[in-house]
Write a protein that binds this ligand. Sequence first.
Ligand SMILES: Nc1ncnc2c1ncn2[C@@H]1O[C@H](COP(=O)(O)OP(=O)(O)OP(=O)(O)O)[C@@H](O)[C@H]1O
Ligand SMILES: [Mg+2]
Length: 239
Amino acid sequence: MKGYFIAGTDTGVGKTEVARALCALLRERGHNPQALKPFETGCAPDAPEDALALREACGSSQALDDLCPYRFLLPAAPLVAAEAEGRSIDLLRIEELVARAAAPIVVEAAGGLLVPIARAALSLEEVDPADRAPARAVLTNLDLAALLGLPVILVGRAGLGTLNHCALSVAALEGRGLAVAAVVLNRVTEEDDPTVATNARWVSEMTGVRVLGPTPFVPQRAERPRALAAFVDSLAPRR
Ligand SMILES: Nc1ncnc2c1ncn2[C@@H]1O[C@H](COP(=O)(O)OP(=O)(O)OP(=O)(O)O)[C@@H](O)[C@H]1O
Ligand SMILES: [Mg+2]
């Protein structure tokens, strides 16, 4: 098991919380997981919150530049935030970090799948040889997922709106030939809307992908990895 790419249907859906739970469980099962948050925006250069939370869950001692090579002040999509600082993003640097990582590595994307992350220094044919479409100027999390080739865990909201977001995201991933290991429906609000009770069944029926959750809403941050462990259990092999 090389690892997972944790994608989201959107920003703020619970990618970090699901990834923390998975990292903690992998660690508990005797692996030495590593985390990678390739880009974090809206953070001070020395304090990328998601990346540091993932490192803590892994119990690893990764250097900040290996854990989160691109950190930007502006709370925006990575490419937007990078260009606001006159910087660029090289996806081959991310690919190399994954290639060199001792397995398993848990990679958390930034925002949803079609968020812009880099200019196309890579031609699309390098990213996906089967893709003969004219090269686009902007690459996205989806291109990064294809470049890394890790199985994808898609995190979506538990409530209203998630059917469309999950179905669109799974279609985009499968369109690039990526394996979707699971969809995790995660609660980010205390109160449920009426669709929470049936969304897992509908996402499963609509996508054919294994659906985990809905996870519980857990107010105490420190308790979330334990509370979410049962939902990522099948994704963390026992040694
Ligand atoms: N199961 C849960 N119970 C309670 N709160 C949660 C749960 N999952 C996530 N949250 C809260 O919801 C918010 C969004 O979660 P999280 O940061 O994991 O989202 P994300 O998809 O990683 O966002 P980003 O795109 O910014 O990386 C956070 O404030 C987090 O503390
Ligand atoms: Mg996050």
